[in-house]
Write a protein that binds this ligand. Structure first.
Ligand SMILES: N[C@@H](CCC(=O)N[C@@H](CS)C(=O)NCC(=O)O)C(=O)O
Length: 103
């Protein structure tokens, strides 16, 4: 169940997304909407459109090239299908994804 108050991140969040910030469609918009609704502040990181191989940071940390992806200050990254990401955010569970894996 979603909490009654917006989720306030304890650590900073970077939102790696496509460049179509103004278009209210697509996977990045789906997740952005959930972040905004939930009052989560984030820094937009616009990833290159083509070639996809240029998204080196995304590929390195998520193992694939699709967007969006969320990077936490502690070094953890979170990427799932956008609908699942939006559900996680709306459930108030985003910060559970923030614990960086033990190297
Ligand atoms: N089914 C995926 C689609 C993700 C997706 O297509 N994201 C777009 C950005 S909104 C993207 O990465 N486009 C560039 C590409 O296809 O390489 C999801 O919902 O997360």
């Amino acid at each position: 169940m979603a909490p009654d108050f917006p989720e306030r991140p304890l650590i900073a969040v970077k939102f790696h997304r496509c460049r179509f910030v103004r278009f209210k469609v697509g996977a990045c918009w789906t997740v952005q909407q959930a972040l905004d609704e939930h009052g989560i502040e984030y820094e937009n990181v616009i990833e290159p459109t083509y070639p996809r191989g240029k998204r080196q940071d995304v590929i390195e940390h998520t193992g694939q090239h699709y967007l969006p992806a969320i990077e936490f200050e502690d070094g953890a990254w979170y990427r799932e299908e956008s609908k699942a990401m939006a559900e996680t955010i709306r459930a108030g569970r985003l910060m559970e994804k923030a614990s960086a894996p033990i190297p």
